[in-house]
Design a protein. Structure first.
Lengths: 276, 342
């Protein structure tokens, strides 16, 4: 397997819920070692596509490939060792410590005859350290704040040690500062471990700041695909999001910053920052 | 460190429950209308004793105690499986329709086959347990089939199970209301759940069910733990969710059907035993083996109680209900907000 083999690939995939077809004959490749973010309007199917990559949804036709091999030919446990997923909705178990929760990430590496080993413990410790959760390791997971809990789920995903990671809206319900924490962590994992990351994000400016590649989906196909500066143009934003916006360089990172245009002339906000 | 401590506590609790269950079983052998001392029982079990004592111990009391132990284990283990799988302490095997199916099968056999007491002798030994098992398996298969929509989700399974239970209970009541008075009495007797009249013939099926199912259930315990995180996360971690769920349901159904066929439905054991075991072991989920053994303690202890202390042999099903129902209420009134799931 050469480096040019994509980490993930969909070939001619048709995805549907009940009777409504979301994608019809879609082709898309995800390169190894990069952060690819799927963006699109509500209901555009970006989470559906992510689920298909993660075998949480079986395509009606076409095939999904992981490291060049069709998902349906791989045992689910083997997929779990190569591909970690943070779904949008997971249940936090009761009476379970953060460390126990993170330890579940070792499940695909264990079996009846290969229980929890010192090596598993090291991996869990490292995942707790990477997410800054060492101090909270023995706390009940149910007592964590939203930001802490999201870091615990990411720690679980890291403990899985899969080279490819799918994250479905990892920043939902977090305040801006915690969104940045999570995305900085994702980038650090990508840069340090060389992990392939595919995620779904809503915030376009954050997607532009933390992604190597953006894929805009909508109307059952890929509407735009490329680097953040290539994709986040006023024209694409108008087409895909029905959004009138300016795109300016982010003064802090230099990445594209999406600034929606004021829609009504009357605004109560001050026209300029107060000068003092 | 904490993991080691809880694991050790779980082992200790399991062993203690085993000792108590066997101890109560031995006490149970001494209890009854013709009283034996512990020394008599020990001597007889070791091959001594009079012919009369041997008859009482080996043919009357031992099968009853063995059935009690096995029925308790089966119900406790089945309860632990369903409560954990449904993430709800109220989710006993009853709600998948197993118990109401078994009751319907047994009552239909008694009433429709015209199984009055005279006909009953042979039918009760062979036909009734088989009818109960058939009813249990059919009812749960129908509930599972109706819940299937590209996969079974535990919430839908429970709702459909509740509906099926209501229908089956209604039909069962109708059968009893229309039956001959002797049949109605026999059916009512069966529905209470009792170990009187148990022979070795009713012990073997439960023994086989417990011996076969327990290892299968234990092998699923790690997947069961992961499945607490939801279906998508379980799939992500390599659990074959639908196969795992089917296995858990089959284990619970077979255990419950076997138990009910031997003793009739003994209420509240599958509900209470896992919750007691969980509190004793201080674990997040009901420990499987300990739940079974607590079930054994409840059934054998309850049965010994009915024979030794209470007058006129109250069926053990009444005892477990009288003890279990207040326990349920107590549990609901005192439990803390976050401690609310199985």
């Amino acid at each position: 397997m050469t480096e040019t083999t994509p980490a993930l690939e969909v070939r001619g995939v048709t995805l549907a819920y009940e009777r409504s077809v979301v994608f019809d004959g879609l082709d898309l490749q995800i390169e190894k070692g990069r952060i690819t973010t799927l963006i699109g309007a509500n209901g555009s199917g970006k989470s559906t596509l992510l689920k298909a990559f993660g075998r949480l949804l079986t395509p009606d036709s076409g095939s999904v490939h992981l490291d060049g091999r069709p998902l349906r030919e791989l045992p689910t446990r083997e997929i779990a060792r190569r591909l970690a997923i943070l779904p949008q909705k997971s249940l936090t178990p009761t009476a379970t410590t953060v460390r126990e929760l993170v330890s579940r990430g070792r499940h695909p590496h264990q079996s009846l005859f290969r229980p929890f080993t010192p090596r598993d413990r090291e991996v869990v410790d490292a995942a707790l350290a990477a997410t800054g959760l060492e101090q909270l390791a023995d706390r009940d997971a149910g007592s964590l704040s939203g930001g802490q809990l999201q870091r615990a789920w990411i720690a679980l995903v890291l403990a899985q040690e899969a080279p490819t990671i799918l994250l479905d809206e990892p920043t939902t319900f977090l305040d801006l500062s915690h969104q940045l924490d999570v995305l900085e962590l994702v980038r650090a994992v990508n840069r340090e471990r060389g992990s392939t990351v595919v995620m779904v994000l809503h915030d376009l400016s954050l997607a532009g700041r933390y992604s190597d590649r953006l894929v805009v989906v909508g109307e059952g196909r890929v509407l735009a695909d490329g680097t953040p500066w290539e994709v986040l143009t006023p024209q694409t934003l108008r087409d895909a999001f029905d959004l009138e916006a300016l795109v300016v360089p982010d003064p802090s990172s230099g990445s594209p910053l999406v600034v929606p245009v004021v829609r009504t002339a009357t605004t109560h906000a001050p026209a300029s920052p107060p000068t003092s | 460190m904490i993991a080691v401590r809880t694991a050790r506590r779980r082992v200790v609790v399991t062993l203690l429950c085993l000792v108590v269950a066997v101890g109560l079983g031995l006490v149970g052998i001494t209890a009854g209308s013709s009283s034996l001392t512990v020394a008599d029982v020990a001597r007889t079990l070791l091959g001594g004793g009079t012919a009369g004592q041997q008859l009482i111990v080996f043919d009357l009391r031992l099968p009853r105690v063995a059935a009690g132990l096995l029925v308790g284990i089966a119900l406790g283990l089945a309860g632990a499986l369903t409560q954990t799988f449904a993430r709800n302490p109220l989710a006993t095997p009853d709600i998948i329709g197993v118990t109401s199916g078994a009751s319907f099968g047994a009552v239909a056999a008694i009433v429709l086959a015209g199984g009055s007491y005279s006909v009953g002798a042979g039918l009760l030994a062979l036909g009734l347990p088989a009818a109960a098992v058939l009813g249990a398996l059919l009812a749960s298969a129908v509930v599972y089939g109706l819940s299937w929509r590209g996969g079974v989700d535990s919430y839908r399974l429970i709702l459909i199970g509740i509906g099926a239970t209501a229908v089956l209970t209604g039909i069962t009541t109708y059968l009893i209301a229309r039956a001959q008075i002797t049949d109605a009495a026999a059916a009512a007797q069966w529905l209470v759940g009792s170990l009187s009249g148990v022979s070795w013939a009713s012990v073997w099926p439960v023994l086989v069910a417990v011996l076969v199912i327990t290892p299968i259930a234990l092998a699923q315990s790690r997947d069961l733990e992961v499945s607490q995180l939801g279906d998508e996360m379980s799939t992500a971690l390599g659990v074959t969710v639908q196969r795992h769920r089917l296995l858990i349901i089959v284990c619970a159904v077979v255990l419950t059907a076997a138990a009910v066929s031997a003793s009739g439905p003994i209420e509240f054991v599958a509900f209470v035993a896992p919750q007691i075991a969980r509190r004793l072991a201080k674990t997040a989920r009901p420990p499987l083996l300990a739940s079974g053994l607590v079930g054994a303690v409840i059934v054998v202890g309850g049965d010994a109680l009915t024979r030794s202390i209470l007058p006129g042999e109250v069926p053990v099903g009444i005892i477990t209900t009288i003890v279990g129902a207040p326990y349920l209420i107590w549990l609901l009134t005192r439990r803390k907000q976050r401690e609310n799931l199985a």
